[in-house]
Design a protein around this ligand. Structure first.
Ligand code: CA
Length: 387
């Protein structure tokens, strides 16, 4: 597996908080453009869905600009190239979504940080023409348009941990059957029968989670993944809730993988072996703990039929790793820099200073073990998030 093929694709966001839709543009017919800006925010961060509807002038590429009234800072974006200077933001179309016909719409998304008030921008301009201005005259007869009524919708409270996390996702904003927005679904090396889907039958929070139907066999793995760009630190804390159907098997499985750019792009994996949680380093197949009986005894199994809170800390600069299950640290899942027999002695046999570039959640089996599992309330930040 191991590399996530494809760019972030579908457009659909997930994060909780308030969501306001503000439509800029005059009530008169044929505005130059209109913009629906939907922010989903937590205490220090936000994502925004931005849907641009063109006026009567077709364009082969587009640039949308606006200013933030506060200290909002864009940290990442998808389906547009977004740049910010001071409070001025410029979003440009990409090679695949530049064509914008008269009356057509295009959407993109971004994530950012802020403090204080996260006010919705009001001065959008498309290709240099304010969305509050009438459209330039055209030779065609303007069609009658209906200006959407501004609406405000409110979703549930933000998931725990969102006060400090750079990524915080409860999947409540997912509208399709396949996770979109920041998430890409796939399996890089081979494709089989494993599936990933937004699920409304089982959720840790709200009414949605992601269900991974993982089949046995290496090529039946399935993951949803997101870039860690913008998390802003090589010292990562992660937290997610996971619900398994089948106990961790004797064979080696993984339910999380992170690409380590400092380890030839090979994965750092979390999963299980010998019926207990373990970490595995793809580059040399080192395990944590060692798979000796004494090592396995210092890890723990994973409950089935209930949600478990999995937390990890990867300190790339120090080459250290810690792991908690349901808030309790797991002694066998610690790399502390001091080689300990049965735990991290094998792991420390080589220099390890991970630099993780993505996070993938799903299922990979190296010995034919299947499982169906759910993920919810995924968060990554630069300090411990908690359950
Ligand atoms: Ca949820």
């Amino acid at each position: 597996m191991h590399r996530f093929a494809g760019a972030l694709a579908a457009f659909c966001l997930a994060a909780a908080g308030t969501a306001a839709v503000v439509v800029a543009g005059p009530a008169a017919a044929a505005p130059a453009c209109s913009v629906a800006y939907r922010a989903n925010q937590w205490q220090t961060g936000y994502t925004a869905d931005i849907a641009v509807t063109n006026g009567p002038t077709a364009a082969s590429s587009w640039t949308l600009t606006w200013h933030y009234a506060g200290n909002q800072t864009v940290t990442s974006a998808w389906n547009a190239a977004v740049a910010q200077t001071g409070n001025a933001v410029t979003a440009q179309s990409l090679s695949y979504n530049g064509a914008l016909p008269a009356g057509g719409s295009v959407s993109f998304g971004l994530q950012g940080t802020y403090s204080g008030t996260n006010a919705t921008p009001t001065d959008f301009a498309l290709n240099g023409v304010s969305c509050g201005d009438p459209a330039p005259p055209t030779s065609t007869t303007p069609t009658t348009t209906t200006t959407p009524t501004p609406t405000t919708t409110t979703s549930g409270p933000p998931p725990a941990g969102c006060t400090s996390a750079a990524i915080c996702d409860d999947f409540e904003q997912q509208t399709g059957s396949t996770p979109g927005g920041r998430w890409t679904v796939g399996a890089a090396n081979c494709t089989g029968t494993g599936t990933v889907a937004v699920d409304t039958a089982v959720a840790h929070s709200g009414s949605r989670s992601v269900k991974v139907t993982g089949q046995g066999g290496y090529c039946n793995h399935a993951f949803l993944g997101t870039s860690l760009t913008g998390v802003g630190s090589n010292h990562l804390f992660g937290r997610f809730w996971v619900r398994h159907t089948t106990p961790l098997p004797t064979g080696h499985v993984a339910f999380m993988a992170m690409r380590d750019t400092a380890d030839s792009g090979r994965d750092l994996r979390a999963g299980g072996q010998n019926r207990a949680l373990q970490w595995n380093r793809e580059s040399d197949d080192a395990t944590l703990p060692a798979q000796s009986p004494a090592g396995v005894a210092q890890s723990v199994p994973l409950a089935t039929g209930t949600w478990s809170c999995f937390e990890f800390e990867v300190d790339g600069a120090a080459g250290r790793l810690r792991t908690w299950l349901n808030s309790a640290e797991v002694a066998g899942l610690v790399v502390d820099g001091v080689p300990t027999p049965d735990i991290d002695q094998q792991w420390l046999a080589k220099s390890w200073r991970p630099a993780l570039s993505d996070l993938r959640l799903g299922w990979e089996s190296y010995a034919g073990d299947a499982d169906t599992l759910w993920f919810d309330d995924v968060a990554v930040g630069s300090s411990r998030i908690g359950c």
